[in-house]
Design a protein around this ligand. Structure first.
Ligand code: FES
Length: 161
């Protein structure tokens, strides 16, 4: 087994609470993702076996959930919304600034593995567009020049908020 006995016990505890095995999928994937920040093929296979699902079915669910990473990501994950509301409110300027500050594009990770930039189609705060999320922190109504200070908070070990 690629997943630890502790992870297995946590998933089995969820199986006793949730109404169906499939309903446990997201939480189970979050549990195995926690230590290394992504879900390997071996992790996925083990979770699928515990949930009595086909690995391919669980993989398609994992791909659907934006919180689950099937490839290694950087220390901090940036989700820049490129949905319609954010685009109208100036997302393009944010994209240009982010690209210049990090020297990467959407879907890429900085060489120092500090940041991964993932595009998302909506962060659910359209009325406060444009929006960006870094890890669990949401920033709204931001201007391109705000990005410098925001990124600086994540540029060193230990996030200052
Ligand atoms: S389109 Fe950006 S938050 Fe909805």
């Amino acid at each position: 087994m690629a997943i630890s006995p502790h992870e297995q016990r946590e998933i089995e505890a969820l199986l006793r609470i949730y109404p169906t095995r499939r309903a446990v999928a997201l939480e189970a994937l979050k549990i195995v993702q926690e230590p290394k920040k992504w879900v390997t093929d071996e992790d996925l296979r083990d979770v699928a076996a515990l949930l009595e699902m086909a690995p391919a079915e669980l993989d398609s669910l994992a791909t659907f959930y934006s919180q689950i990473f099937r490839r290694p990501v950087g220390e901090h994950v940036i989700r820049l919304c490129d949905g319609v509301s954010c685009w109208i409110m100036g997302e393009t300027g944010l994209e240009e600034r982010l690209s210049r500050l990090l020297s990467i594009g959407p879907g890429e990770t900085t060489p120092d593995r500090r940041f991964t930039w993932l595009p998302v189609s909506c962060l659910g705060v359209c009325e406060q567009a444009p929006a960006i999320m870094i890890d669990d922190d949401l920033y709204t109504r931001i201007q391109p020049e705000d990005l410098d200070a925001i990124l600086e908070r994540y540029a060193h070990t230990g996030v200052e908020k």
